[in-house]
Design a protein around this ligand. Sequence first.
Ligand SMILES: *Cc1c(COP(=O)(O)O)cnc(C)c1O
Length: 481
Amino acid sequence: MNDRLNARLSALPSLDRLLQEPRVQEAIAAHGRALVVETLRAVLARQRAELRKAASANGSASSSEHLVPRLVEALEASLAAFARPSMRRVFNLTGTVLHTNLGRALLPPEAVQAAARAEAEACNLEFDLEGGGRGERDTHVESLLCRLTGAEAATVVNNNAGAVFLALNTLAHGRDVPVSRGELVEIGGSFRVPEIIAAAGCRLREVGTTNRTHLRDYERVLKERAGKGEGAAAAVLRVHASNYAIVGFTASPTDAELAKLAHAHRVPFVSDLGSGSLVELAKWGLPPEPTPMQALRAGADLVTFSGDKLLGGPQAGIVVGRRRLVERLRRNPLKRALRLDKGRLAALEAVLRLYLDPERLAERLPTLRLLTRKPDEIEALARRLAPAMQGFCGEAFVVEVAKCSSQIGSGSLPVERLPSAALRMKPVSRKDGTRHLQSLVASLRVLPIPVIGRVHANAVWLDLRCLEDEAGFAAQLRKSP
Ligand SMILES: *Cc1c(COP(=O)(O)O)cnc(C)c1O
């Protein structure tokens, strides 16, 4: 038996012999010699292991016929799997427009081009083209942000968590920050208000209760003295409880009341909006969301919000407000650690420019375009795609067009829903229903452009609100088994 194994092992082609194969040569041209040699070694090692295993189990190993083509095929499969990028395009048919796990806001072409140019070529990132001296990277977006929000000054960092962190660390390091117990929220699992306050080196002073917080609750903390006339509190923080709603017996002071109280005690009022919309969403029939403009008008000294939530831009944290405070933020060494890179800065500038023409915004800004898509249009799309989906699912499922409701996502407006339409796939037989659902979800996920939907009420739902590439979606359904 050992003799037979030895004969088979020595019948394996050598690495050099395989490297002569024309298809291996092609692989070298595509992937480079080093990777091909390394992969071929692994393929041969796998083959040897298989032969030994078959010999010890006293079974028969696969025949040595067509051995070379089979090894070459194994090489090609390994290389193809390795060459596939880890980060790939998907179809977000979850019904959540700003889906944190699926990349949040989609950039308009203007922003994509601006980012690509900034990345590929030298640019005046920190260079003053007029005077010829050193420039400041915030200048590329500051005047646009001031114009759009009415703020005196603006600065941008890596994300909104970074913006809140920088503001607190700059204004209140080592001191107290009163926050309402109703606003100690967690957003997306990793941003938790108490933890960010502690990480910024500040002491959280919880005030009020979960459902009701009064002005006097803040006042009690603001009246405490640290010594030498200085208050213990260094800023009042308001956090927009964006991803949940407290309803019923509730109370909280208005922004204007909080600002007035903070100013009476000579501390800034900082408002973290999370998802700052720069337009009144009600104009498009969408649920209203507090805007940075409103917060500033009510007296907030600094307002922080994300670039890639309702704003519809790249990941960024935006701070707008008083010039004196924004300048203090810029001087904090952490600003450098949190700064925004040139690609996203260029993309943000391009997105902000679209806001200068609000009338065309809903066509040009993908986030707003998807949020304002008409249910009738989505339903018509579902009707056109239902037959192809039925073909893809086979007889085990009934495919129907069903009404559903989309969410804005990313912590916005959790209680408000947008009427939409979905392809709904229900298993025909009740038996093994869950297994069928899971296998359909998995086969959608392994398509060339993975399709991500959701399982609800014993069916797979694909909310078509965010499907704009109808042809691309339909084509891969037809090609698949
Ligand atoms: C989303 C959100 C954050 C975090 O913003 P990122 O841009 O995700 O870092 C902070 N605060 C609030 C209120 C939010 O909604």
